[in-house]
Design a protein around this ligand. Structure first.
Ligand code: ZN
Length: 408
């Protein structure tokens, strides 16, 4: 079964209400080779809210074997992520008072970047990573990594050898369908006073920035603090602490432990829930849905107007959100001639569904457009600085979100 539809909340079992349909979308991270003649598979992409616990989640679940086959995201290539993981490890070692007698297990450990930050601090580490190429690379680099999807069986097998003081899951906790099974497995691996730390994109921040294009099939759940606390309760464990960190436009770093754990900070959890406020509830969902529709309407109108007036529009950045935004807005090569991305692995391929070629930055010099649509809009300042020559020659930048506009 390639696609299944959820009818109940993966946290509490409550009823789901759809609030934003992004249409049929190809898998956002799967760029397409131009010689690939097979039709692009596209699946509906619909955000729902649980009417009971308010947890925001996708209705559609694409088979993980398809979703995560040859998964290419390797965070070590990003200096921002390197600094972030180093800070994460330092914070955890300090707060949990970890020593060389403790074991940290990272689930979805990728190439071992986060674990290397613990290892440098003298802590024993173990990775779990389903992508065999990444697991092998990490192990060769000195980070022992078990190549598997995380499950109770894997947790019990590893836990029989040694219990962990800390289990971490960054950028993976929001990507699992059976999130309750994931929590249970983490606690099968943890020592009695061990804790589970996760980082997830913060839905309240997604609403504030109208980042509807950060919705894609891999990203199954969109967390706010209160529904996360409720999910822990349902599994008989406790959300101990939560803080907001800047990663991915605003994320939640949550610490989960057994009930009665001394690290519990209910004051900080209550403050975060108050700060998220309405953004984490029904009106936040409505705001996001209305914002997405406005962006689609206004961006199409702006590009139609520019192209009719003889402009030449290209785009910058081919992250997952570029695929989502282009497909949702129904944009193709007639609207945007090419997409520039510095990542060579993406160049020479097409944005799926939109069929726009991804090219290297040299194209901006050889065949300059008049306008550059910033699809990696979260990096606007960085791109504008880097493309100073384009602006100096009269080129204009278009920012699509939260409202399509030309930069001055
Ligand atoms: Zn629920």
């Amino acid at each position: 079964m390639t696609l299944t539809l959820r009818t109940t909340c993966r946290g509490c079992g409550g009823a789901l209400q759809p609030f934003l349909a992004l249409g049929d979308q190809p898998l956002a991270n799967r760029l397409r080779r131009p010689d690939d003649r097979a039709p692009v598979a596209a699946y509906p992409l619909t955000l729902c809210r649980c009417l009971d616990c308010q947890l925001v989640q996708l209705r559609e679940v694409v088979d993980p074997a398809l979703l995560f086959a040859d998964y290419a995201y390797v965070p070590s290539t990003s200096s921002t992520m390197r600094a972030h993981f180093d800070e994460f490890a330092g914070d955890a070692v300090h707060r949990l008072r970890l020593t060389e007698h403790d074991l940290v297990v990272d689930v979805g450990s990728n190439d071992g970047l986060l674990l290397s930050c613990f290892q440098r601090r003298g802590i024993a580490v173990q990775g779990i990573e389903p992508a065999e190429n990444l697991a092998a690379r990490a192990t060769a680099d000195g980070i022992p990594t078990h190549a598997a999807f995380f499950s109770s069986a894997v947790a019990r097998e590893l836990g029989a050898q040694r219990r962990a003081a800390l289990v971490t899951a960054t950028n993976v906790f929001a990507h699992v369908d059976d999130v309750r099974g994931f929590i249970r497995a983490a606690f099968e691996l943890l020592a009695p006073d061990g804790v589970f730390m996760v980082e997830v994109q913060s839905f309240a921040d997604t609403v504030s920035s109208l980042a509807f294009d950060m919705t894609y099939h891999e990203h199954m759940t969109y967390y706010a603090t209160a529904p996360l606390g409720r999910l822990c309760e349902v599994e008989g464990v406790q959300l101990l602490d939560v803080e907001r960190v800047a990663t991915h436009g605003g994320s939640l770093r949550a610490t989960i432990g057994r009930i009665g754990h001394p690290l519990a900070r209910p004051d900080r959890i209550a403050a975060r829930i108050a700060e998220e406020g309405e953004r984490a509830g029904p009106s936040g969902c409505e705001h996001l849905a209305r914002g997405a529709e406005t962006v689609r309407r206004d961006l199409r109108a702006l590009l139609d107007e520019l192209n009719a007036a003889g402009a030449s529009v290209a785009a910058y950045g081919a992250p997952a959100k570029a695929t989502v935004l282009l497909n949702y807005c129904g944009l193709g090569a007639r609207d945007v001639r090419y997409v520039v991305d510095r990542n060579e692995a993406k160049q020479g391929q097409d944005i799926p569904g939109a069929d726009i070629p991804v090219v290297g930055p040299q194209r901006l010099i050889d065949d300059p457009p008049t306008h550059l649509l910033l699809l990696a809009w979260n990096l606007t300042n960085e791109i504008v600085r880097e493309q100073e020559a384009f602006a100096a020659a009269g080129g204009r930048f278009i920012v699509p979100v939260p409202q399509p506009r030309l930069l001055d």
